[in-house]
Design a protein around this ligand. Sequence first.
Ligand code: SF4
Ligand code: SF4
Length: 318
Amino acid sequence: LISDSEFTVEADTIIPAIGQEPDIDFIEKDAIENQQVQTRISKVYIGGDAMRGASTAINAIADGRKVAEKIIREINPATEHDQEFSLRSHDVDELMFKKSQRIRGVSPNETPLTERKNFNLVTTTLSQEEAMAESSRCLQCDLLCNVCTTVCPNLAFRSFQINPVHYKLNKLVVHENKVNVVPDMEFVVNQPYQILHLEEWCNQCGNCTTFCPTSGSPWKEKPHVYFSRTAFEESEDGYFFNTDEKCLYHLKNGQESTLIFENGQFIYQEKGVEFQLDPTTFDIRGWNIDTRKNKEFTLSTAAEMSVVWQGFQHKNQS
Ligand code: SF4
Ligand code: SF4
């Protein structure tokens, strides 16, 4: 301090600036880079901006959740590795009912403006009951959105639940009159809730596009289902399920293919080939094929059809 160097600055308001760089030397550097919430000190965890730098409240909440899971596992090491710690509902009816209601959030107590001349917290934390009530308002949009099914004035969507599929698809390669089974691709659909677009009920009003939170155009992008064979045949791309034959017809770029379930297996047919397929793994059990031309026959369309197929086996959800 230099004597007599002090001076006075007039000010209406003084805003104290609080340091933005936390002193977190006690954390492994790698731990921060890998976004681990455990510090090197036992029972001390980190998350939010202190760990990742300036970020969103959503990331901070997710870190808080990870910390809570870590603590539960530390207290009870016998906890199953993949056990999910949540009160998430997987019941479609319950979720759709919840989405139809507006439940307002809990308003935390705030210190009145006249009492904020100190460093006490302005907003108090929620009680345990309030925090649980607040978190239970989550509509689980990551699991089930279905907004398009609720805003369509013509009810031109059908929502249905599937058993997620994970196929390691093979393909048939015909070369000089010989058929080889060759690994092709993985086909995965994890999202358990799917939507079909009922083409003949849609007047293309665009309402579903307006409300889709992911900027989609569901009336264009969801698989198009036709009620009548005639309308299906006039389309370029779509599905028609013949309930008498229990056969799913599909048109893609004008090419027709069929999927039928018979004697415990899927039979898939398209021009020049018939596959017999394991209904769970989609492994090729047999084939009838035209071997006169060198050609490849893949199963990606059949796999897509097997997902749509499930839409005709389950009860209508909305
Ligand atoms: S565009 Fe079709 S599917 Fe979408 S809301 Fe309008 S009528 Fe319904
Ligand atoms: S298409 Fe859009 S509105 Fe419909 S379920 Fe998907 S994200 Fe939701």
